[in-house]
Design a protein around this ligand. Structure first.
Ligand code: TPP
Ligand code: MG
Length: 331
């Protein structure tokens, strides 16, 4: 695995965050399958090293924008289980008072500007946040997460053009999980994805998205340079989603093989790989890791129980927080 400039504590936090995401998703999947969760959701399992490697290189002042497959981004950027599960279940203590659900979680206190169910929808928001930082002479950086399928959206080329011309502190993070819904990336994306960013003069990198240290090392370097005005940057992260496109996608054997899934899970799983590295390097013992895993499982179960018992927002609130007071928003 690639080495990042971090210490033992940072390594353990990265491991913990990856397990927190996997555990969150296992619980969310169960909630959906047992018909306790309204709406639809898209699992992030398998892609944990991307969100964690990137978000661990950011501070709370740095911003992210997220996608329909966004639970991992939220957790990696500091969200807590209770408010996340409450949001998924439509409860009033959720991050968006239960009105956003799985695909619209925002957590401003940690710089998460929000997920977006519109593919590519957060690209303009991220670039706008970076423009704000530049105009206000702040040194925060914005990371825009999006999928390989979203590279088909024209908006990406409009914002990359502007970001490159104005040298904005934004990092475009393309999570290439090999599929856009039920279609393989190579069937819809001509040429190389990084070359598209390079066409705008943007420095672009491809990295193993299953190697949290490689992702983190690269992001640390790019964030530091973006703070100094050397942005924008583009990263293509090679990764894989373990579940179907969404939780109701039961036909994934029609577009990918069981052998392919098994290969990614057995040989490239980001958590198994990092766990082996931690033990091998003497950073943690198997017992310490098992204890951490068990503690996270308990936290998640307690948060699920809490959310199941929590209140729904009152019907009288149906319009509240849906429209904004424009004067307030611009203050
Ligand atoms: C503008 C728009 N077009 C189509 C859709 C339907 N849709 C939802 S997710 C998705 C595929 C996205 O693929 P990708 O960007 O690779 O993200 P992934 O699901 O693989 O994480 C599509 C086409 C949508 N939500 N928004
Ligand atoms: Mg994809």
């Amino acid at each position: 695995m690639a080495k990042a400039k971090t210490n033992t504590e940072d390594y353990m936090r990265m491991y913990r965050q990856m397990v927190r995401i996997r555990t969150f998703e296992d619980n969310a999947n169960q909630l959906y399958l047992s018909a306790k969760m309204p709406g639809l959701t898209h699992m992030y399992s398998g892609e944990e090293a991307v969100a964690v490697g990137i978000c661990e290189a950011l501070t709370d002042d740095d911003r992210i924008t997220s996608t329909h497959r966004g639970h991992g981004h939220c957790v990696a950027k500091g969200a807590n289980f209770k408010e996340m599960f409450c949001e998924l279940l439509g409860k009033e203590e959720g991050y968006c008072r239960g009105k956003g659900g799985s695909m619209h979680i925002a957590d401003q206190s940690h710089g998460n500007l929000g997920a977006n169910a519109i593919v590519g929808g957060s690209m303009g928001i991220a670039t706008g946040a970076a423009l704000r930082a530049k105009l206000q002479k702040k040194d925060d950086v914005t990371v825009c997460f999006f999928g390989d399928g979203a590279t088909a959206q024209g908006l990406l080329y409009e914002v990359m053009n502007m970001a490159a011309l104005w040298k904005l502190p934004v990092i475009y993070a393309c999570e290439n999980n090999g599929y856009s819904e039920y279609t393989k990336t190579e069937e819809i994306a001509a040429g190389s994805i990084t070359a598209r960013a390079e066409a705008f003069g943007i420095e672009a990198h491809q990295v193993d998205g299953q190697d949290v240290l490689a992702v983190n090392a690269l992001t640390q370097k790019l964030v530091a340079r973006a703070r100094k005005g050397e942005g924008p940057f583009f990263i293509e992260l090679m990764t894989y989603r373990y579940h179907g496109h969404h939780v109701g996608d039961i036909n994934r054997e029609y577009y990918r093989t069981k052998d392919e899934e098994k290969d990614w899970k057995d040989n490239r799983d980001p958590i198994i790989r990092f766990r082996a590295y931690l033990v091998d390097q003497g950073i943690a013992s198997e017992e310490e890791i098992e204890a951490m895993n068990a503690e996270i499982k308990e936290d998640a179960s307690a948060a699920v129980e809490y959310a199941l018992a929590a209140k729904y927002p009152d019907v009288s609130e149906v319009d509240m927080h849906v429209y904004t007071d424009i004067k307030h928003a611009c203050a």
